[in-house]
Write a protein that binds this ligand. Structure first.
Ligand code: ATP
Length: 352
């Protein structure tokens, strides 16, 4: 598997430039999730990498081979790319084995059957499907199984790169998680270099080695999942990646003084009046009088795996969207006064 390099790429449609000087490196054998809202340019980037759209400037190389620049345009079928689409794109009239075999190189007549059978069995095992599905047609499989077959077909010819275009978005919640995990395991086992395009934050954070946040055709941050979530470069990235609470206060050295008490800061801090980002899971509910401040519970929403308590400070100082995410079944009641502590450092941005 091969490293992918996108350098200074501009691309678009007619006069409408969609990608603006995009740089991206996906190291060999790793997965990068390109995460962005609708219209941010995710599909356009995949088209540029796969060869369906020529960049107006910049270059794309796969495994050290330039596949697109001002002099070169290698056609899609000669880029060594496996593609998994949102709907799987399986051939409905072929069996699972037929679909997977479609991606295999043609060996000499006579050797074909045995060689293909072995490789198909290997690929089914890789994507965690039982051997007996080989003879079924796609309409006899669940959506999650179809996506696994699509992945097996994409991996069949040992591609240099696998592109996954929102491959789990049509699946329901339970199937989605299981298919995503199986796909991640299969890509790792195959040592694949992969780019996943998604607008689902949880999916990007849980699936990829690196997350690349695309906004209006520009990468805002490319980093490991924990870094983009815990150390977002700006308030937009922070809010885009998950629930965020913003508190105004005063920063000095590694401290941030605000209505929630004296909080520890992470990373570089501008001194003076700033805004801090907190995640609801950083707010810990403790008995009243034992935390850094007291708050009253305005509402509690139970989600099963966790709950969110909306809070207002007893001091009356307004903090927009103050809420705590808690696990377990012992929940505070509406109207209760509770203590709150902030766990871990907060990220500070200049006040907007
Ligand atoms: N074939 C096309 N011709 C003209 N404009 C296009 C074409 N395809 C996309 N666009 C425009 O380019 C911009 C980026 O589209 P793109 O499909 O890359 O976004 P996306 O991030 O994949 O969005 P989504 O998540 O909604 O699929 C949008 O403004 C879109 O309208």
């Amino acid at each position: 598997m091969s490293e992918v390099r996108v350098r200074g790429v501009r691309a678009g449609y007619g006069g409408n430039q969609v990608l603006h000087d995009v740089d991206l490196t996906v190291r060999a054998g790793t997965t990068t999730a390109v995460l962005g809202g609708s219209g941010s340019g995710k599909t356009t980037l995949l088209r540029v990498i796969s060869g369906f759209l020529r960049p107006t400037t910049g270059s794309v190389s796969i495994g050290g081979r330039v596949v697109a620049d001002e002099h070169t345009l290698v056609p899609p079928e000669r880029r060594g790319i496996g593609y998994v689409r949102q709907d799987g794109g399986l051939f409905p009239h072929l069996t699972v084995a037929g679909n997977i075999a479609f991606g295999l190189p043609r060996p000499a007549i006579g050797r074909r059957d045995r060689h293909h059978r072995e490789r198909i069995a290997e690929l089914l095992e890789l994507v965690e499907l039982p051997p007996e599905v080989a003879g079924r047609r796609p309409d006899q499989l669940s959506g999650g199984q179809q996506q696994r077959v699509a992945l097996a077909r994409a991996l069949a010819p040992h591609p240099d790169l696998v592109l996954l275009d929102e491959p789990f978005s049509s699946l329901d919640t339970a199937l989605r998680a299981a298919t995503r995990e199986a796909t991640a395991r299969a890509l790792r086992a195959a040592g694949a270099t992969a780019v996943l395009v998604t607008h689902d934050q949880g999916e990007a954070l849980s699936f990829a080695d690196e997350v690349a946040i695309l906004r209006q055709g520009r990468f805002r941050q490319v980093a490991a999942p924990r870094a983009v979530y815990g150390e977002p470069v700006d308030a937009h990235v922070a809010t885009f990646l998950g629930d965020a609470i913003y508190v105004h206060g005063l920063a000095s050295r590694d401290q941030f003084r605000c209505a929630l008490g004296n909080l520890q800061t992470a990373g570089f801090v501008t001194r003076g009046a700033v805004e801090a980002l907190l995640r609801p899971e950083q707010l810990q509910i403790v008995p009243p009088g034992t935390g850094s401040v007291d708050a009253r519970v305005r509402s509690v929403t139970f989600f099963g795996h966790d709950s969110v308590a909306d809070l207002e400070l007893v001091s009356g100082v307004p903090v927009n969207g103050l809420r705590a995410r808690t696990v377990g079944l012992r929940l505070p009641e509406v109207g209760d006064v509770v203590g709150i502590n902030v766990v871990g450092p907060v990220r500070v941005f200049p006040s907007s």
